[in-house]
Design a protein around this ligand. Structure first.
Ligand code: SAM
Ligand code: SF4
Length: 333
């Protein structure tokens, strides 16, 4: 019998089974809420290799991690990402592998991702308007993203989830068109409240479009929704469904309804730093251990220490909040 893995429990009793892995800090677009226009990217040698990521995930699985999501930067700009997915799908005990992408490079590789064993895909799309897409991403490519989403559906991903960042003064006009597109293609739409991880430090609470307001716009523009029964209370998304059977809409209400007390996530940056929170101010240097000849047991010990030091939660809604130096694209959202 396989022994029960040692679980990663922090000092608040939260059990960690979910690891987000950033495979690159590079991106092919420049979303205003995430990246500056000019960025100095990490040199290639500083990124964890696929072998290093695989070794780390094997160790993490012995500690109870059974869910991994690949992110970035833009994960599909990392060459041969499909090969990493193949490696990860072979790890016994890893039950769930997901990918979050901006969709720009998705269409040509959607089938290969599916064939490699990936089953969960989230595509970020904030608008159905090509001009607004360009304003928000500082790049063209709206049609490419739509093609990517449809190619993922055609390859078999079901549901394809859409992530839209909710920013006051911008997103209001996109709520209903995004919902219509999602309903038409049976995609699962999720709104993520805008968080303070932007390059220009432009974030203010007043710029967040709250979940409750979006729900109201959807009710008025599309029709009534109700909370989905039997939601996993640990999941960050609050899920609603349309009364008419037109699918679901989720909300990641990090600002208006923080879910820190049920957080089960750890994050590995592309340069091998482990973070216990998106907003953490401290990191554990796993790359130094991975490259310095550390044993699996020593690496597992470092992960346990990182979890043990996890704070109660972010303090975005207080004057004490300090924005981490790392921007969203360098952490991995
Ligand atoms: N490049 C990929 C993408 O855009 O899907 C993966 C990385 S991106 C950092 C992951 C998610 O974080 C995306 O859904 C993006 O919209 C979201 N995001 C980025 N900056 C954000 C912010 N300041 N507030 C809320 N969500 C943000
Ligand atoms: Fe790139 Fe994703 Fe950040 Fe947009 S949100 S700049 S796509 S990493």
């Amino acid at each position: 019998m396989t022994p029960e893995p040692d679980r990663l429990v922090d000092s608040f009793g939260r059990v960690h089974n979910n690891l987000r892995i950033s495979v690159t800090d590079r991106c092919n677009i420049r979303c205003v809420y995430c990246m500056p226009e000019q960025v100095e990217f990490l040199p290639r040698a500083q990124l964890l290799s696929f072998e290093e990521i695989e070794r780390f995930v094997r160790i993490a699985v012995t500690l109870g991690i059974d869910k991994v999501r690949l992110t970035g930067g833009e994960p599909l700009v990392r060459r041969d990402l499909v090969k990493l997915i193949e490696k990860l799908t072979r790890i016994p005990g890893l039950k769930d592998i997901g990918l979050t992408t901006n969709g720009m490079l998705l269409a040509p590789v959607a089938q290969a991702l599916w064939d490699a064993g990936l089953r969960r895909i989230n595509v970020s799309l904030d608008t159905m308007d090509a001009a607004r897409f360009q304003q928000l991403t500082r790049r063209t490519g709206f049609e490419q993203v739509i093609e990517g989403i449809l190619a993922a559906k055609a390859a078999g991903f079901d549901p394809v989830k859409l992530n839209a960042v909710a920013i006051r003064g911008t997103t209001e006009a996109d709520v209903v068109p995004l919902a219509q597109f999602a309903r038409q293609h049976r995609l699962e739409l999720r709104f993520i409240e805008y968080m303070p991880l932007d390059a220009g430090h432009q974030w203010e609470r007043a710029k967040v479009l709250f979940a409750a307001e979006i729900l109201e716009l959807l009710t008025l523009g599309i029709g009534p929704l109700r909370p989905v029964a039997d939601q996993d209370p640990r999941a960050p998304a609050l899920d609603y469904e349309y009364h008419d059977g037109g699918g679901r809409v989720g909300f990641i209400a990090s600002i208006s309804r923080p879910f820190c007390m049920s957080c089960n996530r750890l994050r590995l940056t592309s340069d091998g730093k482990l973070r216990h929170c998106l907003f953490a101010l401290e990191e554990t240097d796993l790359r130094a251990l991975l490259r310095g000849g550390a044993s699996d047991a020593a690496i597992a010990g470092a992960v346990r220490d990182c979890v043990a030091a996890k704070w109660e939660g972010h303090e975005i809604n207080t004057a004490r909040f300090i924005q981490p130096e790392r921007l969203m694209h360098a952490i991995g959202g």
